[in-house]
Design a protein around this ligand. Sequence first.
Ligand SMILES: Nc1nc2c(ncn2[C@@H]2O[C@H](COP(=O)(O)OP(=O)(O)O)[C@@H](O)[C@H]2O)c(=O)[nH]1
Ligand SMILES: [Mg+2]
Length: 297
Amino acid sequence: MKKQKITKTAVVAVVGRPNVGKSTLANAFAGEKVTIVSPKPQTTRTRVYAVTSRAGIQFVFVDTPGFHTPKNRLDEYMEGAVKSSFGGADAVLYIIDRDRQDDELERLIRDSAIPAILVINKIDALESKAELLPVIERYSAAFEHIVPISAQKGDGVEGLLELLSSYAKDGEALFPEGMTTDQSDSAVVGELIREKLLICLNQEIPHGTAVEITKFSERIDTEIIDVEATIYCERQSHKRIIIGKNGAALKRVGEMARRDIERFMGAKVFLQTWVKVKEDWRDRPGLIKEFGYVSDR
Ligand SMILES: Nc1nc2c(ncn2[C@@H]2O[C@H](COP(=O)(O)OP(=O)(O)O)[C@@H](O)[C@H]2O)c(=O)[nH]1
Ligand SMILES: [Mg+2]
């Protein structure tokens, strides 16, 4: 089937409290993992675009860090990324789940005057659909459209795209056909490694990590990609935990990450990782910037 030429675009901001499933939904739209997901809040640090198209319309979803009160300089940067995602958006998806909703964010959305759709995620985890009723009732005055979905199972995702079609504006494609994100391959790869740290490590430690890709190259005449990554953490004690006994913890992270990187790149990957300490980097603007958290406001 011949692809239809893009004649319209819709830029859609995806906002909500940490952990409601914003990134899971962005990946469901993109059709692959372009933005990382974990059960821990504050997984997403930067604004990431997820791109897809249907029937001549290109949709650009702006995945954002969860909205929460800043505790350090990195948090302040993330809050800025949420607020700036509204600018220029054709529509906003305000994602909630049964337990996570946010009055302050609701006010921000209303004040922005951008068309907003309320999305209730994780309906697969409900005992009964009746649990949705009080939530729908609470929001029915404020939102014209309320859409229950399961981002994880993909239920309701196509319906959302259809609904969003009406907010598309005439214009040429914003991204080349087939592109699913604005992130470079090496940026996605760094994030996939950070995702495994979030999944494998307890409590605060992974929140204090940053991953720098120092080598990313395809071998000549083979399909193998060599990746070298440095994991930065905030304390010597954290470094010991990340590496683990005889390197076992780091090995597990590396193996899990390599599988995801291979899926994303569609090639065999040889991954090497190092761990370094940069004390309190999350409060040091120079280091925050060095790790790629550059403000685009
Ligand atoms: N049961 C269920 N879990 C979900 C769904 N969407 C996301 N999650 C889980 O919720 C957690 C947070 O997801 P994530 O996309 O990182 O949330 P974000 O912080 O809003 O970006 C992860 O453990 C996801 O697997 C869903 O539709 N159903
Ligand atoms: Mg996220």
